[in-house]
Design a protein around this ligand. Structure first.
Ligand SMILES: [Zn+2]
Length: 85
């Protein structure tokens, strides 16, 4: 009965996934209960529906980071070219 620990001491959540900078998924390491952050920054139960939403969010977030990195490396290249010239 691992849930007894949670009832007495409360859940012991660990971040299991970084979806975006603001949205994360948490799992209680005792009872495996899962939570996520919703659009308002509140913690809510991680239902299959929210897991789906997080999958989409993660994909959008990842693409944005890729684009930013690409943009940044282009700028660095330009700067170093200027320095050489
Ligand atoms: Zn728990």
């Amino acid at each position: 009965m691992r849930n007894i620990h949670c009832k007495v001491f409360g859940h012991d959540y660990k971040v299991t996934r970084h979806v975006t900078y603001h949205v994360k998924e948490y799992t209680c390491k005792n009872c495996r209960r899962e939570l996520t952050t919703n659009g308002n920054g509140n913690l809510i139960e991680l239902t299959p529906k929210f897991r789906e939403i997080n999958d989409v969010l993660e994909r959008i977030h990842y693409k944005r980071i890729l684009r930013l990195n690409k943009h940044r490396s282009n700028q660095t290249q330009k700067k170093s070219t200027l320095r050489i010239a």
